[in-house]
Design a protein around this ligand. Structure first.
Ligand code: C2E
Ligand code: CA
Ligand code: CA
Ligand code: CA
Length: 278
């Protein structure tokens, strides 16, 4: 038994050691990814459940690693947030998404683009000016941009977050609370924040109508949205039953694989055309 314990310990040390090395390597690769053009954006349509029109798209980052292939954002965004490189990456995302929105608008497809804004980005002193400059540079009306922030953004410095989001909102940008219900939700945030959209996290949608608790949570968020006059967006909609339920329950917008997975710009354009011709 003692020998086994020792073996286990050695195995444990070796695996922790490997994890540290892999993380260091990931960080190193990440630092060159932007300059080496390894990032691109994909866009997932947001559908109005009442009119069944696509009213916007969420931009999501993809990293094509030269050796490892596609690395999911859940794996590298947290690393980029810890080492601060999310500031530069996030600015690239915003710039790229605005460029795309401007192109689509000039092609007769004026969609609203939703961009994820990390709490680390929101903490930057010049973030509001940087965002406004980006809109100006691409000649995009502020109403065409939505910023998705998580509840984490409100935690470190509530006053600072309130002040910045108010400035962005006054300029005409809309603000969505992403992953609503999974973080340190507080109704105080909703009261103080200039928020217009609530996104029901996909973990509550996955087992909608199967799990009673999830269904009740989704209902509660929809009702909360109604009473606070916020638009509710359901993410992770994968079935016709979920769409039907959410629509009749009064949820206004939805995105998910049931409509489309996130797509590259060209495919996105084709998807919008075919969806609207149905
Ligand atoms: P998120 O903002 O909550 O984005 C929703 C995630 O759900 C996306 O994963 C999307 O591809 C996925 N999804 C969409 N529809 C469905 C569905 O029907 N079923 C399931 N199971 N999943 C669905 P993705 O693209 O891997 O992104 C993961 C997370 O990485 C995002 O979660 C967001 O927190 C972060 N992220 C992605 N792009 C960016 C970015 O540009 N900036 C920042 N700061 N974070 C980003
Ligand atoms: Ca999001
Ligand atoms: Ca989410
Ligand atoms: Ca998330």
């Amino acid at each position: 038994a003692k020998e086994n314990g020792q073996n286990y310990f050695q195995f444990y040390v070796a695996s922790v050691d490997r994890e540290i090395r892999e993380r260091k390597q990931l960080e190193k690769d990440l630092s060159g990814a932007l300059n080496n053009h390894q990032f691109h954006l994909v866009y997932q349509p947001q559908v109005n459940l009442e009119t069944r029109r696509i009213i916007g798209a969420e931009a999501l980052i993809r990293w094509e690693h030269p050796q490892r292939g596609l690395i999911p954002p859940d794996e590298f965004i947290p690393v980029a947030e810890v080492n601060g490189s999310i500031v530069e990456i996030g600015q690239w995302v915003l710039d790229q998404a605005c460029w795309q929105a401007a192109r689509w608008a000039s092609d007769g497809m004026p969609l609203r683009i939703a961009v994820n804004l990390s709490a680390v980005q929101l903490r930057q002193d010049n973030i509001v000016d940087d965002i406004m400059d980006t809109l100006t540079r691409h000649n995009i009306p502020a109403g065409r941009l939505e910023l998705e922030v998580t509840e984490t953004s409100f935690m470190t410095n509530l006053e600072d977050a309130v002040e910045k989001l108010k400035r962005l909102h006054r300029a005409g940008i809309s603000i969505a609370v992403d992953d609503f219900g999974t973080g340190y939700s507080s109704l105080t945030y909703l009261k103080r924040m200039p928020v217009q959209h609530l996104k029901i996290d996909k973990q509550f949608i996955r087992d909608l109508l199967i799990n009673e608790e999830d269904t009740r949570i989704a209902n509660t968020i929809i009702d909360l949205g109604k009473s606070l006059n916020l638009t509710v967006v359901a993410e992770g909609v994968e079935t016709a039953e979920q769409e039907y339920y959410l629509a009749q329950r009064g949820c206004q917008l939805a995105q998910g694989y049931f409509f489309s997975k996130p797509l590259k710009p060209r495919e996105f354009e084709k998807f919008v055309a075919s969806f609207h011709s149905k």
